[in-house]
Design a protein around this ligand. Structure first.
Ligand SMILES: Cc1cc2nc3c(=O)[nH]c(=O)nc-3n(C[C@H](O)[C@H](O)[C@H](O)COP(=O)(O)O)c2cc1C
Length: 181
């Protein structure tokens, strides 16, 4: 039974881009974060750090920082203002640059966070360009404030909140997704 439930979570999680304004409860957030810390990491080193941002000013700042990076590669007609879609919480998975496989560790932790979020009734969406965000003076300032070395780079950021609106449908899976040998 448990096995089936886990598979349902993995299959039914979708990217959520519309959130209720209410903040994520401590209980739900803790459950998601704990699941993140149990992700596989290279060499079992648990190199990543997860930063859970719920302070509204910092959430607003991260939106501005991400939009600045995203808009620099977008057409003037496609500029965005709220890349985290108004989510009340932003999760960042940050990892030192000098570890074996930083991007991969972060992605595995990020995957756990997305699935755990769905399992507890939260909505989430992976948001791109967080690595570039933390490669700026503003980004380095935040790392310092959080007590992290300035060489740390976030490679995963996630919008998190209670979903608003109907649950999105998955796109059909492509026919040649799996090759059996
Ligand atoms: C590496 C990565 C980067 C993504 N970047 C963004 C992003 O910047 N903005 C966004 O709205 N969604 C982003 N997504 C979410 C994908 O668009 C979404 O997962 C995809 O459309 C499939 O939908 P599903 O997650 O509901 O299956 C990203 C997903 C991944 C894995």
């Amino acid at each position: 039974m448990m096995k089936q439930e886990a598979l349902e979570v993995l299959k039914n999680r979708r990217a959520i881009r519309k959130f209720k304004p209410e903040q994520v409860t401590k209980e739900d957030l803790d459950a998601v974060l704990e699941a993140g810390t149990f992700a596989a990491t290279a060499g079992g080193k648990q190199a990543p750090v997860i930063v859970a941002v719920q302070d509204p000013d910092t959430v607003a700042l991260l939106n501005i920082m991400n939009a600045k990076i995203s808009n620099s590669v977008r057409k003037p007609t496609e500029q965005i203002k709220d890349p985290y879609y108004g989510a009340p919480t932003i999760l960042l998975v940050i990892e030192p640059e000098n570890v074996m496989v930083p991007d991969l560790d972060c992605a595995v932790v990020g995957g756990n966070l997305l699935n755990a979020a769905y399992a507890v009734g939260l909505g989430s969406c992976w948001i791109h360009r967080s690595k570039e965000m933390f490669n700026t003076a503003e980004g380095r300032e935040l790392l310092k404030k959080w007590g992290l070395p300035e060489t740390m780079r976030s490679v995963c950021s996630i919008a998190l909140g209670y979903p608003s609106g109907p649950h999105p449908k998955a796109a059909p899976r492509k026919a040649d997704y799996i090759i059996r040998v």
